[in-house]
Design a protein around this ligand. Structure first.
Ligand SMILES: [Fe+2]
Ligand SMILES: [Fe+2]
Length: 209
């Protein structure tokens, strides 16, 4: 169980993190970080990992998205996290574990998650892109990117190219077990969407709206 002192410490980190998360990119805002934290806690408890490291990494994992200074947002977030945690008095061991997890939570930086905590952060982040929440995030992202529903540069294209490949890259058994029903829900959504388009004789046409 968390002590009051450690909860206060997380609260400080949440306040600092809030300043970094963009209010424009609602697919990667503080709410996303808080959900990833909750997924991370569930996975950490089931897999026997260091929960505190995962919570800190989850809260800070996307802070470098707005105004990224390094090559990738994962590297920017990791650098910022190191500074924040050092300022807040975390041990160098914790700081390095959090850095390692954040830098490898996205494949774009080319860092493979090596520690159990890094693997769990990676998995927790993907679990926030499935289910009803995943769909909501997808459409939020689509609004910002100007994607259509189906066709080229669309929500469905992103779903097929990215989200539907997540399962094969998940590291933990626990994450796979959570992933499957949420992914099935999404698959059902796309079937329903295509059935509705078929009824409107729109099947096969890209959407322009
Ligand atoms: Fe990220
Ligand atoms: Fe994320």
């Amino acid at each position: 169980m968390e002590t009051t002192a450690s909860q206060d410490k997380f609260q400080q980190i949440i306040q600092v993190a809030q300043g970094f998360y963009s209010r424009k990119d609602r697919a990667h805002d503080l709410e996303h970080a808080l959900r990833v934290r909750e997924w991370g806690k569930k996975l950490a408890q089931a897999e026997g990992a260091d929960t505190a490291v995962i919570e800190l990494a989850a809260l800070l994992h996307d802070i470098g998205r707005s105004g990224a200074v390094e090559k990738t947002h994962a590297e920017s977030s990791a650098s910022l996290a190191v500074t924040i945690l050092q300022k807040n008095g975390y041990s160098e061991d914790v700081v390095q574990q959090v850095k390692e997890a954040i830098i490898s939570h996205s494949r774009e930086a080319g860092h493979e998650p090596k520690t159990l905590e890094a693997k769990i952060l990676y998995d927790a982040d993907k679990l926030d892109f499935v289910g009803a929440i995943g769909l909501a995030r997808l459409f939020t992202l689509a609004g910002a990117e100007g994607w259509t529903l189906v066709g080229e540069n669309s929500c469905e294209e992103f779903y097929r190219a990215k989200i539907s490949t997540y399962r094969e890259h998940l590291f933990t058994k626990t994450a796979k077990a959570y992933f499957d029903p949420l992914f099935l829900y999404m698959e059902g959504f796309w079937q329903e969407l295509h059935a509705e388009r078929l009824k409107l004789s729109l099947s096969g046409q890209a959407s322009n709206v």
